[in-house]
Design a protein around this ligand. Sequence first.
Ligand code: OGA
Ligand code: MN
Length: 299
Amino acid sequence: MGMEVSPTDATLGATVRGIDLSKLDDATFGSIEDAWHEYAVLIFPEQRLDDDAHLAFSRRFGPLEQSIRRSRSTGISNLSNVQADGSVAPPSSLQARFLVGNTYWHSDSSYKKVGAKASILAAHIVPSEGGETEWADMRAAYDILDDERKAWLKDKIAVHDYAFSHAPFGGLEILNKDELSHLDPVEHPIIRTHPATGRKNLFVGRHASHILGEDLEESRMLLAELTDQGAQPPRIYKHQWQAGDIVIWDNRCVLHRGHRWPDDQPRTMVRTTVAGEAGNNEWALATSASGLEIVQGEL
Ligand code: OGA
Ligand code: MN
């Protein structure tokens, strides 16, 4: 059976069936990359990749990114509310609180000087309800802006700041001093052009604190408005996970957010991040010659 790509009803997202991601030839990978550029989010049901296969698939898109826990970073990590002893982390715990931050629209690592290219998320343990992930098409969000707003935003720069977006969710407590010292505020243009497709998009989300040179509160409100307006039907797609699913999305042109699930149920997702393409990306991980090193971080 060949690869079958079924677009969603939204302006982004497609489900891909008929292939095994652990056994990809170059031609099939090329077709996946083409579809990814077109749909920005690809959902691969029933793949059940182990961590080695997840890493190998991820590396086809480029070098992986170090996590914010630099000293402990290996390229793959758990996003889970399950604690080391197997119990579910209580809502008041740092581990559970940190995950709540993901329920606000964001682009992964946009608080880094070079944001992430792709995120690749696999469902290992899913709750009986809730816990969906949702994506918003910020290419289409740019397209619907009126000409006056497009012109005003043309050269505007947003300041993206880890401390701004993460402080309410324990983000300053989970990192040590050295790790925090790598997370000073950074600047990104609000309108960006996708390197592969040439399409323009809005680059905003929860890490964007304000617009450089503009009133702090007013520009913060405008950024929130741009995110909210963009993230409306038909530009959003929400996925209800089944264990074994894996999804890749393009952080350069889509936002995403998670949805809550019952606090007493376990949910474990496994994540890799492909580093943004820039000559001087200090967050790109060198591929270790010895192959795969895997640590299961709790966050
Ligand atoms: C992520 C993320 C949301 C979720 O993996 O980057 O934001 O639904 N996940 O787990
Ligand atoms: Mn995320």
